[in-house]
Design a protein. Structure first.
Length: 171
């Protein structure tokens, strides 16, 4: 039996969309660095009809700002137990868990990784998390890991050429 096509890509933030480093300025404000390559990957995913979401235990204006910049309006933030947020994202996106890929990097992500159709992680994740993944990227979080995962999903589903064309890279 073939696997369900992935319709929703859910991403953790720290350690996946970022390298996990959080900077603080002199006023105590948090800052994170995000990869532009990951941003283009998300744009390619969305251009071929894929939905994207963020699921993170942190609540931060920088995360919400990056989500807005990427056109991601499916965001669940601020709970260590990610399963309730995961269920809300599935409901809002109108997809099943089997039609969902999730990319997480740490032990708090394990319950969601166990539920999705396509679990993914980064090389620095704990062994318990890497064992759950169908894909462990070669790139680290915040260094193009999300882009690598999206390219993998697009190629796996036969959508790569369409995604390249959608962002005008074939001209």
């Amino acid at each position: 039996m073939s696997e369900s096509p992935i319709k929703l890509l859910i991403l953790d933030v720290d350690g996946v969309l970022t390298d996990g480093t959080v900077f603080f300025d002199d006023q105590g404000r948090q800052m994170r660095g995000f990869s532009i390559r990951d941003g283009l990957g998300i744009a390619m995913w969305r251009a071929v009809g894929g939905q994207a979401a963020i699921l993170t235990s942190k609540r931060s204006e920088s995360i919400l700002a990056r989500a807005r910049m990427l056109g991601i309006d499916l965001v669940e933030a601020g709970e260590d137990d990610k399963l309730p947020g995961f269920d809300r994202l599935l409901e809002r996106a109108g997809v099943t868990a089997l039609e969902t890929a999730y990319m997480g990097d740490d032990l708090l992500d394990a319950p969601v990784l166990r539920r999705v159709g396509y679990p993914m992680t980064v090389p620095g994740a704990p062994e318990e998390v890497r064992r759950l993944a169908k894909l462990v990227t070669s790139r680290d979080g915040g260094r193009g890991a999300v882009r690598e995962a999206i390219e993998h999903l697009l190629r796996r589903q036969g959508l790569w050429e369409r995604a390249v064309a959608a962002v005008g890279a074939d001209r």
